[in-house]
Design a protein. Structure first.
Length: 464
C-alpha cells in the first residue's frame, strides 16, 4: 500500500489507542417527563399503534418510533444544540420517517453521511445505525465500499475484506485518477488481475444486534470501453459472470436476491480488461432506516465535485437518499468564498439527480493547535461558513462543535479519553457519543415537526 501523505491527517491511531470505557447506550424509552420542547404532544400521538384506524383514516403513529431519544450526559455534560432549520427544509425527510412510523413506507429511509477521516471507521455512523435500527428494525447495513484505500477503513456489523494488494486503490484525496470516475462515495478499487477478489459478508460477532442476516445485495461497478469481467459468488458458489465492457463510461449494477440469513457475496476478477469496483449494498426487511457511512480521508467540498456524473449520478439515483449529511472541516483550506461556491455546486449536482433532497451541513469538530488553549481560528470561521452554506442552499445546520462543548472542547475530549492526542480525531467512544447526540437532535426536530404537522406521513410522499 502506498504511503499516506502527512496532509491526510487520518487516524491510524484509532485502532491502537488504549481501549475506552464503553459509553452508556441511548435510552430507547420515552422519558417520563421530557424537558425538550420538541417532544411530541399527547394530541399528536393520541392514536397509538394498537388503535385500529377507521376506513380511510390516517394510520396512527407508532409512539415508540417517534418518541424523543434521551442522550446520556454523564460523560459529556454539554447541552445538545437544536437543529437550525427555520424553513423546515428537513420536511421531506421527516415525512419519510413518519410514513415509516405509520406503517406506510414502501422503501427504506436512507441517510447518506459524507465526512473525512473521522468517518472512515464507521464509528459515528455505525452507532447511529445501531440506535435507529434498534427502534425500527434491522433493515440492512446499506452501502460499503469494495475497496480499502486506508488500512483502517472499515464498517461496523459487516465483514469487509479483499485481496487488496492485487487492486489499485482510488480516492478523490490521496489516490486520484485522471478519468474522474470515482463514483458517488469518492473511493473505488480497480484490478485486471485474474483471481483478485473483494467480498462482504454478514457479521459473525456473537454480541451483534444487527447485521447477522441479509436477503439482498446490490453490487456497484463501472461500465467502460475497455472493461473486463468478474464473477459473482454467493457463499462461495458461482452465480454468474458479469461483463463490464460498454461503449462509454457508465454505472453498472448487479442485484443478488437470496434467502434471509448469514451470507457472503464475493466479486472475483476474471480478466479481459480492468474492472473498477465501487461498492456493495446490503438490505433486508423490515422497512427501516439505513445510515450509509461515506467517509474519505482528507475529504473537502472541492473534492466532492471531482467524481464525473457518468458513474456518480446513476449511483445517487439508485441509492435514493432521503437525507444527505455533510460533516467536513479540518481539510477545508480554501477561502470562505471558495467553500460557499463548492457547496452550492455540490447541492445543485445532487439535487439535479434527487430534486429537493434535504441536506444537513454541520460544523467541523473542535480543534486546538499544539500548545494552544483555544480553538483554532480557522475552525471558528469554518463553523460560521457552514452555517451560512446551509442558509444559502435551503439546507439545515447543526453545530457539531457546540455539541462537543464549544470552545476548546477538544482538550476536554482528550482529557476524558474521547479523542486522539493529535487534537483532530475522535476515538471510538467519542464518535459514539457524538452519534448519539446527532440522533437526539434529529429526533427533537422530528417531534417539533410532528407537533406542527400532525398528519405528516399519512401518505408516503412520492420519491423525488
Amino acid at each position: 500500500m502506498r504511503a499516506t501523505p502527512l496532509s491526510l491527517l487520518v487516524a491510524p491511531l484509532l485502532f491502537v489507542a488504549p481501549a475506552c470505557k464503553k459509553a452508556p447506550p441511548v435510552d430507547e424509552r420515552p422519558p417520563a417527563q421530557p424537558a425538550s420542547s420538541s417532544v411530541v404532544s399527547a394530541a399528536a400521538l393520541d392514536a397509538g399503534p394498537s388503535a385500529a384506524p377507521t376506513a380511510g383514516a390516517c394510520p396512527p403513529v407508532d409512539k415508540a418510533k417517534v418518541a424523543a431519544y434521551t442522550c446520556d450526559k454523564r460523560i459529556l455534560a454539554a447541552d445538545i444544540p437544536a437543529l437550525v432549520d427555520p424553513d423546515d427544509t428537513l420536511a421531506p425527510f421527516y415525512d419519510r420517517v413518519l410514513a415509516l412510523a405509520r406503517g406506510k413506507a414502501t422503501e427504506h429511509v436512507r441517510i447518506g453521511m459524507y465526512g473525512d477521516s473521522n468517518l472512515t471507521a464507521d464509528a459515528l455512523t455505525g452507532h447511529m445505525r445501531r440506535i435507529l435500527q434498534a427502534r425500527f428494525g434491522d433493515g440492512g447495513h446499506g452501502y460499503v465500499a469494495l475497496s480499502q484505500p486506508w488500512e483502517w477503513y472499515s464498517h461496523n456489523d459487516v465483514h469487509h475484506d479483499g485481496k487488496w494488494k492485487l487492486f489499485r486503490q482510488i480516492a478523490t484525496s490521496t489516490m486520484r485518477v485522471k478519468d474522474g470516475q470515482y463514483g458517488f462515495a469518492n473511493i473505488a478499487s480497480e484490478s485486471a488481475t485474474v483471481g483478485a477478489a473483494a467480498w462482504i459478508s454478514t457479521t459473525e460477532r456473537e454480541a451483534a444486534k444487527i447485521g447477522k442476516t441479509v436477503s439482498r445485495f446490490d453490487v456497484y461497478f463501472a461500465k467502460r470501453p475497455d472493461g473486463g469481467r468478474f464473477d459473482l459468488e454467493l457463499d462461495k458458489t458461482f452465480l454468474r459472470t458479469v461483463d463490464t465492457r460498454a461503449d462509454a463510461w457508465d454505472a453498472g449494477f448487479e442485484r443478488v436476491d437470496t434467502t434471509d440469513g448469514p451470507h457472503e457475496l464475493r466479486v472475483v476478477i476474471k480478466g479481459h480488461g480492468p474492472v473498477r469496483l465501487y461498492g456493495m449494498v446490503l438490505e433486508r426487511e423490515p422497512k427501516s432506516i439505513q445510515v450509509d457511512s461515506l467517509g474519505t480521508g482528507a475529504l473537502n467540498l472541492e473534492q466532492m465535485l471531482f467524481p464525473r456524473p457518468e458513474t456518480r449520478d446513476p449511483q445517487l439515483a439508485r441509492r435514493a437518499y432521503d437525507l444527505v449529511i455533510v460533516h467536513l472541516g479540518t481539510n477545508m483550506f480554501g477561502t470562505d468564498k471558495d467553500n460557499r461556491k463548492h457547496a452550492k455546486e455540490l447541492v445543485a449536482a445532487f439535487r439535479k439527480v434527487r430534486p429537493g433532497v434535504p441536506f444537513l451541513f454541520m460544523s467541523p469538530p473542535d480543534h486546538v493547535p499544539d500548545g494552544a488553549t483555544k480553538t483554532e481560528g480557522r475552525i471558528v470561521t469554518l463553523s460560521k461558513t457552514m452555517k451560512t452554506v446551509a442558509a444559502e442552499n435551503a439546507a439545515a445546520f447543526w453545530d457539531f462543535r457546540e455539541a462537543m462543548g464549544g470552545d476548546a472542547s477538544m482538550l476536554e475530549f482528550i482529557k476524558k479519553g474521547l479523542a486522539e492526542r493529535d487534537r483532530i480525531h475522535l476515538k471510538k467512544q467519542g464518535d459514539e457519543i457524538m452519534g448519539e447526540r446527532m440522533v437526539c437532535a434529529l429526533w427533537d426536530g422530528l417531534g417539533a415537526y410532528l407537533e406542527k404537522h400532525p398528519d405528516a406521513g399519512c401518505a408516503e410522499p412520492a420519491k423525488p
